[in-house]
Design a protein around this ligand. Structure first.
Ligand SMILES: [Zn+2]
Length: 449
């Protein structure tokens, strides 16, 4: 099926090359009427087992770095953790007191918002693991776990929630030496207390470097809310629509209270987790990365939840990095990184070369992407990072052919679709990229001299 999809994608590209793209709107329809169907045939319809290992080539070609810094890597993913609902990123409610305190004491070496490559768990987690965009997955490059295993690391996955029955995610994130997920707990599978218990029962660190990936459900609407963390009220779980108040404003307020309680609980869970790992010796020489698989809609544009849209709240994720046991320069970034940049940024902390096929770029380096991409079902789009006046966000709905363009700096809630004000040549360039990049790697800027 993957091969068939690639072949059909290639045919579409060939068809595009044969057309005079500049003569008619809408461009997508001019390309090929079947394009919409082909592009929305994304990784969801592929067999997850085929995502487990690269089929050929690049795995053997990748050469491990001979000299590197074998630091432990602790990757903590908060499910549906949206940056703008964290006080660390300016939310007016105190939802992340632990991370705020770490920031104030200078212990966060990178604190930035980023964007996810899609708005659901499966592709978001693959974006973290493969350092690629949705349309470039499955990848023939080794993923983060494979790269680290080639450098002598153990891989330990401790994942709240169901990663066994849900798309076969466990296989896609591996290879691993040890795996646990919420389906193996005695109680509710989305309770982060079980993750903390699992961590507390780990053996003490024995000297072999390790990649530990944790998945926390506290910030997800299905995550168990444990009583001490209910701080904002009244609440309503927006996954249970029939329980929401009829008044839209009230429904939004109650939903946001419910969500913010989850963020508060997540912050506390991270604190407890790090305390446990420190006591077991895993933080002596390590990096801790806290991020998310995707964001969450909380009533913006009338949408609650995720997996429906590429609206900014659904792509808005945190990217936080802490160093333990070693010094280094703070990592500054003035761009909006992508989820695909996370794995290269991790490898840079270990002085390990990334695989050639990775699309993301380490934030410690001077090389930056001109474009980063996102997709959710029939909505495909890009961020254009080239304009110093600010980032453009552009997407097209492949079914309706409707186009959307926003300046996030001045219109963060995406209220004003300014696509008609975008110069035609620029819009045309974006459209061509969205087609071309179904098949090619994104353009990259040369490092500044
Ligand atoms: Zn998720």
């Amino acid at each position: 099926m993957i091969a068939a999809s690639l072949v059909s994608g290639y045919r579409i590209y060939e068809a595009k090359e044969g057309l005079n793209i500049g003569t008619a709107e809408p461009v997508m329809l001019a390309l090929n009427p079947s394009f919409a169907n082909a592009v929305s045939t994304s990784i969801w319809q592929h067999s997850p087992s085929s995502l487990t290992r690269p089929p050929t080539g690049e795995l053997e070609e990748y050469l491990p770095s001979e000299v590197f810094s074998p630091r432990n890597v602790i990757l903590i993913v908060g499910d549906a953790l949206r940056a703008s609902r964290m006080s660390l990123f300016g939310h007016d409610r105190k939802t992340t007191p632990f991370l705020d305190a770490m920031h104030d004491s200078g212990n966060l070496h990178l604190t930035t918002r980023a964007h996810s490559i899609c708005s659901e768990s499966f592709c978001g987690l693959l974006g973290l693991s493969t350092a690629r965009f949705v349309h470039q997955i499955p990848s023939t490059s080794p993923n983060l776990a494979q790269v680290l295993r080639m450098h002598g690391y153990r891989v330990e996955l401790i994942l709240g929630g169901d990663h066994t029955n849900f798309y076969g995610l466990a296989d896609a994130l591996g290879p691993y030496d040890s795996f646990w997920d919420g389906t193996m707990s005695n109680g509710y599978l989305n309770n982060d207390r079980a993750v903390l218990e699992k961590a507390a029962n780990l053996p003490a660190f024995r000297g072999t470097p390790i990649l530990m990936q944790f998945h926390l459900m506290s910030s997800h609407a299905l995550g168990q809310r444990n009583e001490p963390f209910v701080s904002f009220s009244p609440v309503a779980n927006y996954y249970l629509r029939h329980r929401l108040p009829a008044d839209p404003g009230q429904a939004q307020e109650w939903s946001r209270n419910f969500y913010d309680n989850g963020v508060l609980q997540l912050d506390h869970t991270v604190k407890e987790l790090l305390k446990t790992l420190e006591n077991l010796g895993y933080l002596q020489n390590s990096i801790v990365v806290i991020t998310s698989d995707h964001g969450e809609m909380l009533g913006e544009h009338g949408i609650f939840g995720h997996a429906f849209t590429v609206r900014q709240p659904a792509l808005d994720i945190p990217l936080i990095l802490m160093r333990f046991g070693f010094q280094g320069e703070p990592i500054a970034t003035d761009r909006l990184p992508s989820q695909a940049d996370v794995a290269p940024t991790i490898l840079a902390e270990l002085d390990i070369q990334p695989p050639a096929g990775w699309s993301g770029r380490a934030l410690q380096g001077a090389e930056t992407l001109d474009f980063s991409f996102f997709q959710q079902a029939e909505e495909i789009g890009l961020f254009d990072h080239r304009d110093e006046a600010g980032i453009w966000k552009f997407w097209i709905n492949m079914k309706s052919q409707q186009q959307y363009a926003y300046r996030l700096e001045t219109d963060p809630s995406e209220d004003q679709n300014v696509v008609q004000e975008v110069p035609y040549a620029l819009r045309q360039e974006w459209m061509e990229l969205l087609v071309r990049d179904r098949l090619r790697s994104p353009a990259v800027s040369e490092p500044a001299p």
